[in-house]
Design a protein around this ligand. Structure first.
Ligand code: ATP
Ligand code: MG
Length: 363
């Protein structure tokens, strides 16, 4: 049966890098390796220009009906003054909420060819393969009360509230342990249970889940120590599971160990459907729409292509094909091909299409 992909290229370089993914999909379909049915919608500024909203109801429904959503990037200076509720980023928030994708997966992989682009020494970074599993729909970004109160004496009070319930921690922990089994079999859970009640509950629940995975090594780590260890000795980690706030910071830290923003994919997964076992899923590069280089044909398509590889792996169980695509990326880098963002001195740089074509050729 054909599997439904819903593509939302978005704005800026989003459309340029998505075009390279579309070529890969077309080739895979033509070879009979996959039977993807493609539909494409508008998101962000592109949707605002066409329909006056960041994403239409019709496209939200298509995202909900798809087996996976592949998202480019949204935003840009052109839409700086659109009404707040229609700003391009509203499309992302709306889709994440509708799809209820609570588990954000952010790999940090060091390609051997790029080990010298890291801020860390090659010895510390070579072979690095970390997966940060961040809780995405709860915690301090969403908890109530969330407000600024005028105290009337020239003072104000700001409140954000960290709220987690058992089920939210339980389900994200299970995602992390399940994934660890497919990788290095080790989970670190990062919280601040020494100073936060939500950290105490986080640890209690994750420890409970760990009992169901006796084959997976489990370690607790304080989030601040985790940040330090990521920079001191990152290869000690396999999977790190953490809350929304710490995950935001730790995933950016881990990501930048590897060099460039243009290399980093992500996946966001929802709960398994009770009937089919399939999770709603949303795949996007970590970087934004890069208005400064949009339209020039020089964006690095690797984060977008690697996000599609994550879709093959996590939504469709096409593990071998995902491996092949990731190996093709590594091989092209080993061949010396570089887009401008990852170029080292005295190397010839290639554009978006040339990089995409080289990866497809390797595949
Ligand atoms: P957002 O608010 O959407 O996260 P941002 O302001 O953090 O966006 P990005 O759009 O991610 O920024 O871009 C940050 C910088 O990295 C820019 O200089 C951009 O050109 C560069 N950049 C981002 N993605 C790529 C890419 N795929 N290829 C080349 N350069 C990139
Ligand atoms: Mg940013």
């Amino acid at each position: 049966m054909a599997q439904k992909l819903f593509l939302l290229p978005g704005d800026g370089i989003g459309t340029e890098i998505m075009a390279e993914v579309e070529k890969i999909i077309a080739w895979l379909n033509s070879q009979g390796e996959t039977e993807f049915e493609i539909d494409t919608g508008l998101a962000g500024g592109a949707a605002y220009d066409a329909h006056g909203v960041a994403v239409t109801e019709e496209d939200v429904q298509k995202a909900l009906a798809a087996d996976a959503v592949i998202f480019g990037a949204v935003g840009g200076p052109k839409w700086d003054s659109v009404p707040y509720e229609h700003r391009p980023e509203a499309a992302l928030l709306r889709l994440r909420k509708e799809l209820a994708v609570f588990a954000n997966l952010r790999p940090a992989i060091c390609y051997p060819a790029l080990a010298d682009a890291s801020a860390l020494k090659r010895e510390l970074i070579e072979g690095l393969d970390i997966l940060i599993v961040r809780e995405l729909t709860g915690g301090v970004y969403f908890g109530e009360p969330k407000e600024i109160t005028d105290l009337g004496n020239g003072q104000k009070r700001a409140i954000d509230t960290q709220v987690y319930e058992t089920y939210e921690i339980d389900r994200i922990a299970r995602v992390a342990f399940d994934l660890a089994r497919t990788r290095g079999n080790k989970v670190h859970s990062a919280d601040k249970k020494n100073v936060m009640k939500s950290g105490v509950l986080w640890d209690e629940v994750v420890r409970g889940v760990a009992k169901d995975y006796p084959d997976v090594t489990f370690e607790h780590i304080l989030a601040d120590n985790c940040a330090m260890q990521l920079v001191r000795n990152p290869r000690q980690f396999d999977v790190i599971v953490t809350d929304n706030l710490f995950g935001d910071i730790l995933s950016d830290t881990a990501a930048m160990l590897t060099g460039s923003l243009g290399m980093l994919p992500s996946a966001s997964l929802g709960a398994p459907d009770p009937a089919t076992g399939k999770r709603k899923a949303f795949y996007e590069p970590v970087h934004g729409s890069a208005p400064d280089i949009a339209g020039k044909g020089i964006a690095n398509p690797i984060a977008m292509i690697a996000s599609f590889a994550m879709a093959l792996r996590y939504s469709f169980g096409m593990v071998t094909l995902a491996d092949r695509l990731e190996n093709a990326i590594a091989a092209v880098l080993a061949d010396g091909l570089r887009t401008g963002d990852i170029a080292q001195d005295n190397r010839r740089t290639v554009g978006t299409e040339e990089m995409g074509a080289a990866i497809l050729k390797r595949l």
